[in-house]
Ligand binder design. Structure first.
Ligand code: 5AD
Length: 400
């Protein structure tokens, strides 16, 4: 009572759990309606109808970790391992700029070598420099008519943080747990956002899924280090991991707020042949109807998105590709229930089938052009459009 329609609400873990239980049981359509209606109102307040695109470039599937759910884990058999060349990655970034996508996410398996670090530093620097130059050249042409002289140089623009604002393509990284100095060097090279899912806020469940040397507390240290260095922090979880409870999921929502995440990405856990987690899942739930189960996980994931939107307000929430793996219009539905970001896959087609984290991953035979157009149509189908030409920083980062 007395609550402004688009106000954020502070929910504790038990209150979040209560909502998740109702969604899980289904049948309470009034509650679902008001949950999703409220989430949509808060989303409209902070994001309008605009949706931000983040172009995803899966530049390498080589990984030294062995996360038990993942299709590119170190011990997964029959995976052709690739790493894109520096030129290929930079070309994709320039294509993104030409196509109104001002934000790209470079993602890969985890590899801690100095060689990999230097490769990434060079790529980040090259993307920033070349896309800022392209932008300045375009502005110079546009300014010709009103008598202004040459535009400032790209070097000057990059060195001056004010001038750098909204120029070129912003670079985000999603390359796992790295030493603090590596995070610092990549920030210096020009990366400004970093995605690293906590996967689950329950340390015991985390330990069951991630063999040593991975540990939950080290993962949390990484999140905090990234935030301290000044990155916009993205994190998230999977929904429906074998052994996960609704109480765990309620804890996830609280965790995101506690760690002051700027971006959240969540998706249902999806089985993948040849992974230990899939064997555990099949043993744990021998009797479930898998289709019905995945639909429930989809509903729970959208409820999680809505709860994050309602409790955190001005963060960026991604309608993830895994949502579309369950329901063909899954990403559109997520955008109506609190999400405001979609990530068109820009990875060159020839590499896509080797980046199969889970079964049925969509868009595996598509090109970047197709992914871009397809998402434009999907947004239009729910009355939304991409906020092209802007970086789309989450307000949580600009006004912490
Ligand atoms: N099902 C769903 N999501 C998965 N991821 C990895 N494997 C799976 C799977 N089997 C997610 C993880 C990781 C992100 C890149 O992909 O959450 O952080």
């Amino acid at each position: 009572g007395g609550l402004a329609p688009a106000a954020t609400v502070d929910l504790d873990r038990d209150q979040v759990l209560g909502v998740l239980e109702a969604v899980w049981r289904r049948g309470d359509s009034a509650l679902e309606k008001s949950l999703y209606g409220h989430a949509a109102a808060v989303t409209a307040k902070y994001c309008g109808g605009g949706v931000y695109y983040r172009g995803l470039v899966e530049f390498s599937n080589i990984c030294q970790n062995d996360c038990s759910y993942c299709g590119i884990r170190n011990n997964q058999k029959d995976v052709y391992r690739y790493t894109m060349t520096e030129e290929e990655v930079v070309e994709v970034a320039k294509w993104a700029l030409e196509n109104g996508i001002r934000n790209i996410m470079l993602q890969s398996g985890e590899l801690h070598t100095e060689q990999r670090l230097e490769y990434l530093e060079r790529i980040v620097r090259a993307i920033r420099k070349e896309t800022v130059e392209l932008d300045l050249a375009r502005r110079a042409v546009a300014a010709c008519g009103d008598g202004s002289l040459a535009a400032p140089s790209a070097d000057a623009a990059i060195k001056n943080p004010e001038a750098e604002d909204e120029l070129g393509v912003a670079v985000s990284l999603s390359v796992g747990e790295l030493p603090y100095e590596h995070y610092e060097r990549l920030f210096k090279a020009g990366a400004r956002r970093y995605l690293i899912r906590i996967e689950t806020s329950n340390p015991d469940l985390y330990a069951a899924l991630h063999p040593p040397p991975l540990s939950w507390s080290h993962r949390v240290d990484c999140l905090r280090a990234l935030k301290k260095i000044g990155y916009m922090l993205g994190t998230g979880v999977m929904v429906g991991l074998p052994g996960q409870t609704l109480r765990d999921l309620a804890g996830d929502v609280v965790f995101f707020k506690q760690e002051r995440a700027d971006m959240i990405g969540m998706g249902p856990f999806i089985t993948q042949d040849g992974t230990p987690a899939t064997r555990v899942w099949t043993d744990l739930y021998p009797a479930v109807d898998k289709n019905a189960h995945m639909k429930s996980m989809f509903e729970l994931t959208t409820a999680m998105n809505a709860l994050v939107r309602i409790t955190m307000g001005n963060v960026n929430i991604s309608a993830t590709t895994a949502m579309q793996a369950i329901i063909p219009t899954g990403r559109e539905i997520a955008l109506e229930r609190g999400a405001n970001v979609v990530m068109p896959i820009l990875t060159p087609t020839k590499y896509r089938e080797s980046y199969q984290l889970y079964e049925g991953k969509p868009c595996i035979t598509d090109t970047a052009v197709q992914c871009r157009r397809c998402l434009d149509m999907r947004l239009a189908s729910v009355g939304k459009a991409s906020a092209a030409g802007v970086w789309g920083d989450p307000a949580s980062y600009l006004h912490p």
